[in-house]
Design a binder for this molecule. Structure first.
Ligand SMILES: *Cc1c(COP(=O)(O)O)cnc(C)c1O
Length: 386
């Protein structure tokens, strides 16, 4: 497999699906009309945006008019959270979790500086939240609860239906960051008690630079960008027609492949996990073994550095992520693994392998062969004693 790249970093970003590229290309070439213009040529762009809105809505079990196109998952998260807070300026309490993506966590820190009080719910050693802690955190001052559908690092799936039910009972708006879940899990907003839901194109085989936000009919909403009347005044700025068409196509494709994600991709991930845990001593799998995305494997190796694993994997053409963030030069274990209390000797040697429907058994075989060699090589130069 020399010279070939094995891409196991699909939770960071995904490649554009060929069908998605085909769908968007005409809108990068001849069909460049502005959907807001009045002539028939522009009508083609307008119709394409409408079609895409229907495709996104269909994947989620939503109505087309509940979908707003944005530039990315981060914008969708911010728009939803700021909407709910601005709609109720008398309420100053925001509830989220310690394991959110920075798109939510960093906004939470900003909101604290702006005078909000923010509760970050903890997680247990498997990364699970505690429903009693959630219920106890909600008060008369709570403006919004925001929780991710699935975690980008561990793949953990969170109890959206249960949390949504508790919020609904108390009349508290509920936002879900579903960037990692969309296309990997069946989502039916017709039955889920969710008010806002964020997704991002580049995590489901559409290009970077497009996202969507579901806003339940009747949920409070304040535009993030004001200007023209695009998106019915809810998100100004000329529509990124090629990207929006791509996102629509990617959603339709995801709907068609979702059972495959859940069986073939899961089988590949499970095989990789089984072989790595069998051949490498002193490793642990992070996350909830029973409630995890089918594509994600987060695994920690005692007494090695995640960054070193990544470098050696890269030399073999394997792309993956580590569980540490190189913030301010120091290699801190990720906030997710810290929240779970993964011991430091393990957390520093964390690796995230995230698959997609484009991965093959050959690639799994290759990684299952190389990784044990890499870990034992690194352990030879580490304080590791078996
Ligand atoms: C990637 C990601 C985001 C951010 O999406 P962008 O489109 O990159 O802004 C938000 N939340 C989660 C869980 C993610 O994985």
């Amino acid at each position: 497999m020399s010279g070939k790249m094995v891409y196991f970093d699909n939770n960071a970003t995904t490649g554009v699906a060929p069908e998605v590229l085909d769908a968007m290309l005409p809108f990068l070439k001849d069909q460049f009309g502005n959907p807001s213009s009045m002539y028939a040529f522009a009508g083609i762009s307008q119709k394409a945006v409408q079609k895409a809105r229907g495709q996104v809505a269909d994947l989620l079990g939503a109505r087309a008019e509940e979908i707003i196109f944005t530039s990315c998952g981060t914008e969708s998260d911010s728009t939803a959270i700021m909407s709910a807070l601005r709609a109720r300026p008398d309420k100053k309490h925001f509830v989220t979790t310690r394991v959110e993506h920075p798109a939510v966590l960093t906004l939470g820190q900003y909101l604290e500086k702006e005078g909000c009080s923010v509760t970050y719910l903890g997680v247990d050693d498997k990364g699970r939240i505690n429903m009693d802690e959630l219920t106890g955190a909600l008060g008369r001052d709570t403006a919004l609860v925001s929780m991710m559908f699935a975690n980008n690092e561990t793949g953990n799936i969170y109890p959206v239906a249960e949390v949504g039910a508790v919020c609904r009972e108390r009349g508290i708006p509920f936002h879900v960051d579903a960037v990692q879940a969309t296309g990997k899990l069946k989502i039916d907003l017709a039955s889920l008690p969710v008010d806002y839901l964020a997704l991002s194109g580049h995590k489901l085989h559409a290009p970077k630079g497009v996202g969507a936000l579901y806003v339940r009919r009747g949920a409070p909403f304040r535009p993030f960008l004001r200007g023209g009347h695009q998106e019915r005044g809810r998100r100004a700025g000329t529509e990124a027609v090629p990207n929006i068409v791509a996102l629509g196509a990617a959603c339709e494709l995801a709907a068609a492949h979702i059972d495959e994600e859940n069986s073939r991709v899961r089988a590949l991930r499970d095989d990789l996990q089984k072989r790595l845990t069998a051949s490498i001593p002193d490793c642990i799998v992070n996350g909830d073994p029973d409630m995890r995305l089918p594509n994600t494997l987060n695994i920690s190796f005692k007494y090695v550095e995640g960054e070193a694993i990544l470098l050696l994997l890269d030399q073999h053409g394997i792309c993956a992520s580590s569980g540490s963030a190189c913030t301010s030069g120091s290699l801190e274990p990720s906030h997710v693994l810290r929240a779970m209390g993964v011991p430091f000797t393990f957390a520093h040697g964390s690796l995230r392998l995230s698959l997609s429907r484009y991965n093959t058994q050959d690639e799994v075989d290759y990684a299952a062969e190389k990784l044990p060699q890499i870990i034992s090589r690194l352990r030879e130069i580490s304080p590791y004693k078996s």
